[in-house]
Design a protein around this ligand. Structure first.
Ligand code: CP
Ligand code: NVA
Length: 309
């Protein structure tokens, strides 16, 4: 059995150094160029277990397809299959799965659940989204920004909407990579204070500038504009109230009029058209939302290769 201290996990965007993130992104580009089949599939014979407490289109299909393309196999464990934490403990699930599979990916509510899996697993654990972070999404976002802008360092990006899991991982990732990140939220919906503090600490070593503001006009002149749903999975009961509170925090023709003319529009999807982004704007040439969705697969293939290849 491998020494637990040597096993790498990807639970937080901050688990990887800037060099590691750059390496994964380089591999992702290469794998994308190679296409769907690889001459010598690097994960042949390996298995990925995918635990889901929440619904998914992109994460499930991109991981499962990606593993197939790398020569391995993925097992989908639906919310009711293993009833994480109810039918048996997270600790026992991590130990048992580690006896069968080579990588565990989990989409969970509490971030502590995916941390707990990583504590007890003897194989790499990947966070496929928790209430606190969505690091796999940010790898794909970064691949997309590099495709459109040529680099991450020095790019002025903004995120508009709720200070949620995606915003948190963007802040951590931007801080690591020297990208400037402005997070624009309604009052009371800012990212967690601890995330802002930690991101600023990392940013102080990389030249990145992290800004949190309630001013919707902060989108002016930005190179990248990013939106996500106003109410995340698990916050459905707040959705109606948030529609009123968030109505100015959206990407539409007005926002684009204030941004750089070549500004890239990103959205992690699923989108609620008419709320955080309007349909017409999402279909303009500035929009990279479907490249971003595609890149989930390339970036995660590179991530799995990095962790278990
Ligand atoms: N962006 C994203 O994670 O999509 P899914 O919820 O469909 O996996
Ligand atoms: N913030 C969203 C992201 C979905 C991919 C959520 O957690 O539901």
């Amino acid at each position: 059995m491998p020494d637990k201290s040597e096993i790498r996990h990807f639970v937080s965007m901050l688990d990887f150094s800037a060099d590691e993130i750059a390496d994964v992104l380089k591999t992702a580009k290469k794998l994308k160029e190679e296409g769907r089949t690889h001459a010598d599939p690097p994960l042949a014979g390996k298995t990925l277990a995918m635990i889901f407490q929440k619904p998914s289109l992109r994460t499930r299909v991109s991981f499962e397809t990606g593993m197939t393309q790398l020569g391995g196999h993925a097992i989908y464990l639906a919310p009711t299959d293993i009833s994480l934490g109810k039918r048996e403990t997270t600790e026992d699930i991590a130990i048992v799965l580690s006896r069968y599979v080579d990588i565990i990916m989990a989409r969970v509510f509490g971030h502590d659940i995916v941390e707990d899996l990583a504590t007890h697993a003897t194989v790499p654990v990947i966070n496929g989204l928790s209430d606190y972070e969505h690091p796999c999404q940010i790898l794909a976002d970064f691949q997309t920004i590099i495709e459109r802008k040529g680099a991450l360092e020095g790019v002025n990006a903004c995120y508009i909407g709720d200070g949620n899991n995606v915003a948190h991982s963007l802040m951590f990732g931007a801080a690591r990579m020297g990208m400037h990140m402005t997070v624009i939220t309604p009052p009371g919906y800012e990212p967690e204070g601890e995330v802002t503090r930690e991101a600023n600490e990392v940013a102080s070593n990389t030249g990145s500038k992290i800004t949190v503001t309630n001013d919707v006009n902060a989108t002016a002149g930005m190179d990248v504009l990013y939106a996500d749903v106003w109410a995340s999975m698990g916050q459905e009961s707040e959705a109606e109230d948030r529609k009123k509170l968030f109505s100015d925090y959206r990407i539409d023709a007005d926002t684009m009029g204030r941004a750089d003319k070549d500004a890239v529009i990103l959205h992690c999807l699923p989108a609620h058209y008419g709320d955080e982004i309007d349909y017409e704007t999402s279909r303009t040439p500035n929009s990279a939302i479907f490249d971003q969705a595609e890149n989930r697969m390339h970036a995660q293939k590179a991530l799995m290769f990095h962790l278990a290849g």
